[in-house]
Ligand binder design. Sequence first.
Ligand code: FE2
Length: 352
Amino acid sequence: MEQYHISVDFWNQTHIKKIKQPKELSLPNSEPGRVPILVIQFSTETGYRYSTDEMFGRMCIVATIKCRWPLHPGYMHSFGMTEHYFVVVEQPLSISLSTAVVNRFKGDPLSSALKWFQDCPTLIHLISRTDGKTVKTFKSDAFFYLHIINQYEEDDHIVIDICCYRDPSMIDCMFVEALQNLNKNPDYAAMFRSRPLRFMLPINCDNPTSGDVENDHLYVSPEKLCDLGCETPRINEFNIGKKYRFFYAISSDVDAENPGTLIKVDTYNKTCKTWCEQNVYPSEPIFVSLPDAEDEDDGVVLSSIIWGGSECENQAGVIVLDAKSWTEIGRAVFVTQSPVPKCLHGWYAAAV
Ligand SMILES: [Fe+2]
């Protein structure tokens, strides 16, 4: 089983007549050589489409769902897949097509075409992997998200864990001007506040029948997995799409005593362990299993690190933690020819 991760830049994929938005993948289960991707197609019939693509050579649409608002398709950064279902989380952060087209001509950033519908729910669509039909749609209070942690089927439920924000104001926090003035903004940390939440979606429930399609979606309320802000979540790849216990993340609490914290969350006990070092800022923690692993967390976690301040700006490293004990095993430090910026995502490729 392999995990595919596509991170094609959405903004460079923009066209006036047709915009495709390839998504990151939080799932495998695919046939070898075939990559499931989710694209938003802007046409006379705007919708989300699941496709499998043989490394972009032959595209084959396996499912299509309509956007909630045809002129405002939802922004989605990742999606889920279980043994039998695709899971599409349609948040009320949308892309205004009209603004996007105008921005294209004016040369304005497309980020200003994002529109947040505060009073509208987030929708979670379950789509059959057998026939591509939408099986059920759930709704929850509005939340913004970038990364789905994992999802799986258990006891007639789909369990889906997501790094959730109350709203998308954290996007505004990442503009250079906002970063330069963050100490003057008392709301900065709150704007960045997120928590990992678990949604339990009953597959075989009966929906209310008021006749209003939007109102008839079953409301689901999430459970908090850990009381720390978590981002760039990773798990043991063997458990993607399956019941799992642990995930690893970086802290997203910018007001924490040490914001550069790595977190291991136990989803069974709802407990977590942290690792941090003064002035060290890690990136996405990547779990690498031991060849003879018996337990889910038998392995190491790799994370690239940089240091704050100007003294160590020409330095970068990789830290290795024992995933089970959550302690450092070792690190490699490199001197670089120029300052190294903070990275967010990361990737590991085994030697071939
Ligand atoms: Fe991402």
